[in-house]
Design a protein around this ligand. Structure first.
Ligand code: HEC
Length: 145
């Protein structure tokens, strides 16, 4: 009986995390259909948008500025469901903030592409633990060289 409940809970968790991705597919001007994303979800959307813009500019051979203050709010931001963050969340956030800092110390495009791709790796690393739904979407942020 307990097993059934656990499986049901996991299913709900995975669905709530991946729903966003399936709705988004094929629409470039996708807007969330839920009225109020959580604080953490809106930070994530901005980080995702920012990374897309940076990817474009790097592909055009231009350095891009990264100065989002949002990342410092990640540790305390409210998630949609409390189980979306856990004990490993803060260390992942700190690793992420460290990778993010490297974007600004890069002085040429090749170095910034490296820093950008490392950052995307830390997005994926945290998502493996906490929210797997958006991973295919995050992997599109890699700049291929
Ligand atoms: C420290 C862990 C962590 C890191 C690092 C992280 N995320 Fe997330 N992300 C989450 C969690 C947890 C959620 C679920 C938030 C919620 O629904 O409240 C989420 C949600 C998302 C979503 C779905 C938001 C929505 O519309 O509901 C996207 C897209 C996303 N992240 C992209 C990214 C990108 C891109 C990066 C790197 C630039 C990144 N994430 C880094 C933990 C993380």
């Amino acid at each position: 009986m307990n097993k059934i409940i656990a499986v049901a809970l996991i299913a709900v968790f995975i669905c709530s995390c991946s729903a966003v991705d399936s709705k988004e597919q094929g629409k470039s001007n996708w807007k969330p259909e839920m009225d109020q994303p959580s604080e953490l979800a809106s930070i994530m959307r901005s980080l995702n948008d920012e990374a897309l813009i940076r990817k474009k500019s790097l592909e055009n051979g231009e350095l891009s500025q990264a100065n989002s203050k949002l990342i410092f709010k990640m540790i305390t931001a409210e998630p949609t469901e409390p189980h979306m963050v856990g004990p490993a969340f803060a260390p992942h956030t700190e690793a992420f903030i460290a990778s993010y800092g490297q974007l600004n110390t890069a002085t040429d495009v090749a170095a910034q592409i490296d820093a950008h791709n490392n950052l995307v790796k830390s997005c994926v690393a945290c998502h493996m633990n906490f929210c797997q739904g958006p991973i295919p979407r995050i992997e599109k942020l890699y700049v291929n060289i």
